[in-house]
Structures are given as C-alpha cells and as structure tokens.
Design a protein around this ligand. Structure first.
Ligand code: HQG
Length: 178
C-alpha cells in the first residue's frame, strides 16, 4: 500500500463496499472479513498493509469508514454488494440533509433521491456535512429532506455507526428543492 492513510482508506472502501473479489476475499452476510485474511490478501495482491497502518485507517482522519470487532473488519456503510449491517430502524430527526450538485437536480426533481449502485441513499444530520458530501463533485447544493414526514408515512431510517443516515429512497415530495 501507499502508507498514505487517505489512499489506503479509499482502496479499502472499494474492497469492503464494492469489490472484495478484487483481492480474493469474501465478506460474510454482515460485511465482515477477518483482519488476518484481509491483510494476507492485500499482501498477495501487491498492496501490503501493516497492522499499524490499518489501525490508522480505522481510526480515520476526517473519514471514519470502517469498524472492527472480534478480529474482523467491515465498512460501516456505503456498500453496493448486498450486506445486512444489522442496523435497527430508528426515528430520524425532523429534517435531514443531502448534498449534491446542480447537474443532478433535474433527475432528483423527477425521481427523488435514488440509491443508485449503493444499497441506500445517504443523508446527513447537518447541512455542513451535506455540503462537504456535495463538494466532492462540484459546487454543492444542499437539499432538505422532511424525514419526520417520511417516517410517519412508514419509511425506515437507519443510522450507521459513523452517524450517516440511511434510507432506501427519498420520493420527490419529501425534498425541499432550490
Ligand atoms: C445523486 C461519501 C440524479 C446524489 C460521502 C449523489 C457520503 C441523483 C449521487 C457517501 C438522483 C450518488 C455517499 C437522481 C441521487 N437523479 N442524481 N434521481 N438521486 N442522485 O456517491 O450521497 O467517502 O452514491 O445526489 O461522505 O454523494 O464514500 O452518494 O450526488 O456519505 O466514505 O447521485 O459517500 O463517503 O452518489 O455519497 P453517491 P453520495 P465516502
């Protein structure tokens, strides 16, 4: 690996959310893989990572993406491979935020927020976090979502360990668009 925690974190996110077979590992139904198995597979695929470097990635800088338990590791959220994270549905705050960019607004107006290749739409508890999510792609636009209304209408919400809110989709009527 690079020894650069940000780059290591991005590569591990790719493996543990989207493509474990890229380094020949398999996730269990909840997204876990043994740390020993993961590190051996990384070394075999020309991306050796020390336990210490993995610890730095898990501790995270500005990004906490992974959790460890009983010698295993998984991504906390963001998967496209089907996993059951075992999160309990939870009542959301009245308003949640979604950061996006202007070029997606027409699609969002027409279809609402869709999870795309991920298993869930990602929502933030505050507008600054949502702005940072949108800024990954350009000038951010922050949308407000009537989470309380959706919840009353029966839609399920989950909160990942790192605080990201997850829901299957957000139909357009629950979104305040600019
Ligand atoms: C947009 C990062 C057109 C949506 C962040 C978004 C986050 C639509 C993009 C996490 C649409 C999907 C997730 C529609 C949604 N028409 N565009 N109907 N519905 N979109 O990356 O929320 O670095 O899958 O607005 O911190 O940007 O990965 O989701 O722009 O928590 O750890 O389609 O990724 O974390 O993009 O980001 P994504 P996201 P990590």
């Amino acid at each position: 690996m690079t020894g650069d925690p940000a780059a290591d974190s991005r590569f591990l996110a790719y493996v543990l959310r989207h493509n474990p077979s890229a380094i020949g590992v398999t996730l269990d139904g909840a997204g876990w893989v043994a740390v020993d198995v993961l590190l051996a597979a990384m070394a075999r695929h020309g991306r050796p990572l020390s336990r210490e470097a993995l610890g730095a990635v898990v501790a995270g800088g500005d990004k906490r993406r992974f959790e460890t338990s009983g010698g295993r590791i998984r991504a906390m959220q963001g998967h496209s491979v089907p996993v059951d994270l075992g999160l309990e549905p939870l009542a959301p705050p009245a308003v949640l935020f979604h950061g996006t960019v202007p070029r997606f607004l027409a699609g969002i107006r027409a279809h609402g927020l869709r999870s795309g290749r991920r298993t869930h739409v990602h929502l933030s508890a505050d507008d600054q976090t949502a702005a940072a999510v949108g800024a990954r792609r350009g000038t951010p636009v922050v949308l407000r979502v009537d989470a309380a209304g959706m919840y009353r209408a029966g839609q399920l919400f989950y909160r990942a360990v790192n605080g990201v809110w997850l829901t299957a989709e957000v139909p357009p009527q629950w979104i305040v668009l600019p």
